[in-house]
Design a protein around this ligand. Structure first.
Ligand code: HDE
Length: 707
């Protein structure tokens, strides 16, 4: 988003409207004109030379500035998150479309259009803080709502189910997926023995594995992925009535993914690909936006499904319970300090507000313990909710005291009940109880037993539902992903066991995966479900438009400037970003004109763009066709299924890039997302067709794809 600065939003204006940002402003320190000081505020006139005995003598211990500077530096790092270590965050707001008071007394859902500030952190799960963005992995999608009734955290993922059913399995699962302990490999990948060993022995992972092997695990952008609360939660009304609820975030830009070959190349070309995309789009005023939807199930319908609502390895198919749109979330401000905000933000599933409560989902119950516990070690003690990013905008009054990093001076009493402190803080209910959290009064009885409910035992029906719902190209990608991942597994027994499990999902899937691994097809399983849910296919989630799609225009001296202007005008009008790329920075000659080069080819790659266009110009095309970087650019874009267009002589670059002749010159080229124009096609017509292709994103039926 190179042309961003011109329409950069007025951050101060946005901040004034936002209660959270007004609060954060009190903590910002930007010493623009002030002198350098020590931690104690003593001015320092030399931070380059330590105090020493003589010009070439030893450093003196009494140099408090030197010692303080080094000591502080030595303590800059904190433990990274045990999972979801790599992430990126942004501030924004949520606003409901209408009151949801019929189902919940949550204040932030009570009034149409009333904005609640939010902070969202997106993350990968397996890799450490410095790992690449575009790995095959689940993405975290955690939202902190700073509501007037306290903080509400919706700590979700971009996939609606999870690997395990009971939180007690989480340490086993994470140990298995993380880098193996002896050599700490692989980084940011599940393609290794311990992960597949665990999964093959724990069939409840199967449904989630289908999602993980699908393109959902390699999103094009955080802005183009769905989010899910995963568990069934409970809405509760002021008079204590409960309704089961599942949360869904739906991106306004549609759901889009990379292809696997592209994702792997991108991990090298730009390991910050998703992080940069989020940052730059916000800086450019292209605010990421999602619609919040809910699936509501009345309490009395709890047992009307053929799965258990408390089982986090299951979805409620949208065809059974439609997703009802209830509001929208917009991210419009980047943090100002990554560590202070994105690293120190502390999410916790148990951060709920009146009107939202838990269910007995055993995964959720365990999370409600784990998140608070993890912050204590990660953020060094019990006062992490006083960190600026974590502070509620609601008033905080309690008798918690002391601890590392205490920021608050609490005068007076520190116990309840008290008379010496005027009885404060008093029970909130005393004055009538508005806005008080009251746990849903669920009736509970039972013996203390360590069992998994019978209703949690079906591990394959919804894995099959997912497979049945995929378009043919999505299925192809799933098969290839399984082949890749299991192909990296050394243990023959694990490979075999895993392919055997897949026969419970679909015979063709199992046979194709087995074939790729050189294994015999596993035996077929009777009565594999055939139901499908069209809402699960990305084919039906593409959205509309081309906002923020990046189009590369390859140019050299002699390029056709008029065509570049026309195409740029057409695509930019719909919000796409058009970048002129050439061998070197500066300008290229175009007739009597010069065209600015946005990026030099060696600093970029086709994987960082969504489409490529080659303008006319015999001289320019000859230069490009002789430049291996330009040739590779076009070939790679084609093989990753992206729209490719060439005008006039530009077609020569497509042939130099080994695009199949039957595609470039065949009448069905446009069906494959390849557009060529000669004298008889106008640039405008080509630009129209190209824009339409860009909105489709990929052409997965093309011959010669690398996926
Ligand atoms: Fe997490 N998870 N998780 N998780 N999770 C953490 O908390 C945990 C699960 C999710 O951006 C940790 O602060 C257990 C499901 C996100 O800061 C930790 C279980 C879902 C994030 C933890 C789960 C998630 C985390 C590590 C099984 C989707 C990143 C650092 C019962 C609904 C939040 C931290 C951020 C982070 C525990 C399963 C999402 C250790 C025990 C299911 C998005 O507490």
């Amino acid at each position: 988003m190179s042309a961003s600065s011109s329409h950069r939003p007025d951050r101060d204006a946005l901040a004034r409207e936002d209660a959270k940002d007004r609060q954060l402003a009190q903590f910002r320190a930007a010493p623009e004109h002030d002198a350098l000081t020590t931690d104690q505020g003593v001015r320092v006139d030399d931070t380059d030379n330590a105090l020493r005995a003589g010009e070439r003598g030893p450093t003196l211990l009494e140099d408090f500035h030197n010692r303080e500077k080094l000591t502080h530096f030595d303590h800059e790092r904190i433990p990274e998150r045990v999972v979801h270590a790599r992430g990126s965050g942004a501030y924004g707001y949520f606003e409901p479309y209408a009151s949801l008071a019929e189902y919940t007394c949550a204040d932030f859902l009570a009034e149409a259009g009333r904005r609640t500030p939010v902070f969202v952190r997106f993350s990968t799960v397996q890799g450490p803080r410095g790992s690449a963005d575009t790995v095959r992995d689940v993405r975290g999608f955690a939202t902190k709502f700073y509501t007037r009734q306290g903080n509400y955290d919706l700590v979700g993922n971009n996939m609606p189910v999870f690997f395990i059913q009971d939180a007690i399995k989480f340490p086993d699962f994470v140990h298995a997926v993380k880098m193996e302990p002896q050599h700490e490999m692989p980084t940011g990948a599940s393609a290794h023995d311990t992960f597949w060993d665990f999964c093959s022995l724990q069939p409840e992972t199967t449904h989630m594995l289908m999602w993980l092997m699908s393109d959902r695990a390699i999103p094009r952008s955080f802005r183009m992925m769905q989010g899910f609360g995963v568990h069934t939660f409970r809405f509760v009304t002021a008079d204590g009535r409960g309704t089961f609820v599942k949360f869904h975030w739906k991106p306004v830009l549609g759901v889009h993914s990379l292809v696997w070959d592209e994702a792997q190349i991108t991990a090298g070309r730009d390991p910050d690909f998703n992080r940069r995309d989020l940052w730059e789009s916000i800086e450019a005023g292209e605010y990421p936006e999602w619609e919040l939807g809910v699936q509501l199930v009345p309490e009395e319908d709890e047992f009307s499904f053929d799965f258990d609502l408390l089982d986090a390895t299951k979805i409620i198919p949208e065809e059974q319970v439609p997703v009802r749109p209830v509001g929208r979330m917009v991210l419009n401000r980047n943090p100002q300090n990554f560590f202070a905000e994105t690293e120190q933000v502390a999410f916790h599933t148990a951060n709920v507000v009146p009107g939202i409560d838990f269910t007995n989902d055993p995964l959720l119950q365990g999370r409600n313990f784990s998140y608070l516990d993890t912050q204590l070690i990660r953020l060094g003690g019990p006062n992490f909710s006083q960190l600026p990013v974590n502070r509620p905008v609601a008033d905080v009054h309690h008798n918690h005291r002391d601890g590392y990093g205490q920021q608050v001076i609490h005068p007076g009493t520190n116990y309840f009940p008290n008379s010496l402190g005027g009885g404060c803080p008093a029970h909130a209910g005393a004055g009538g109880g508005a806005g008080v959290f009251r746990h849903y009064a669920q009736r509970v009885e039972g013996e203390k037993i360590r069992v998994r409910s019978e209703s949690f035992q079906d591990h394959y029906s919804q894995a099959a539902l997912f497979w049945n719902s995929m378009a043919d190209w999505e299925r192809r990608h799933i098969v290839e992903a399984f082949r890749f991942e299991l192909g990296k597994v050394a243990s023959a027994a694990v490979r075999e066991r895993m392919t055997g499990n897949l026969a419970n999902v679909n015979a063709e899937l199992a046979a194709k995966v087995a074939e790729g691994l050189g294994l015999p097809a596993p035996g077929t399983v009777a009565d594999v479900p055939t139901a499908a849910s069209p809402a699960l296919s990305m084919e039906n989630l593409a959205g509309e438009g081309i906002r923020t799609r990046k189009v590369a225009v390859l140019a050299a001296d002699g390029t056709d400037a008029g065509q570049i202007g026309a195409v740029r005008g057409r695509l930019a009008a719909e919000g796409a970003i058009v970048e002129v790329l050439a061998a070197k920075e500066g300008t290229v000659a175009a007739g009597g004109d010069r065209v600015d080069v946005d990026r030099a080819l060696p600093t970029t790659a086709s994987v960082l763009h969504d489409a490529v266009l080659v303008p006319d110009g015999a001289e320019a095309v000859s230069v490009l066709a002789a430049d291996p970087a330009a040739v590779r650019f076009v070939e790679e874009a084609y093989r990753h299924g992206k729209p490719v267009a060439a005008l006039g002589e530009g077609t020569r670059l497509l042939t130099a890039a080994r695009l199949p002749e039957e595609v470039v010159f065949g009448s069905s080229a446009p069906d494959y997302g390849v557009f060529t124009a000669n004298g008889s096609t106008s640039v405008t017509d080509l630009a129209d067709a190209f824009a339409e292709a860009l909105a489709r994103h990929r052409f997965p039926h093309r011959p010669g794809l690398l996926t």
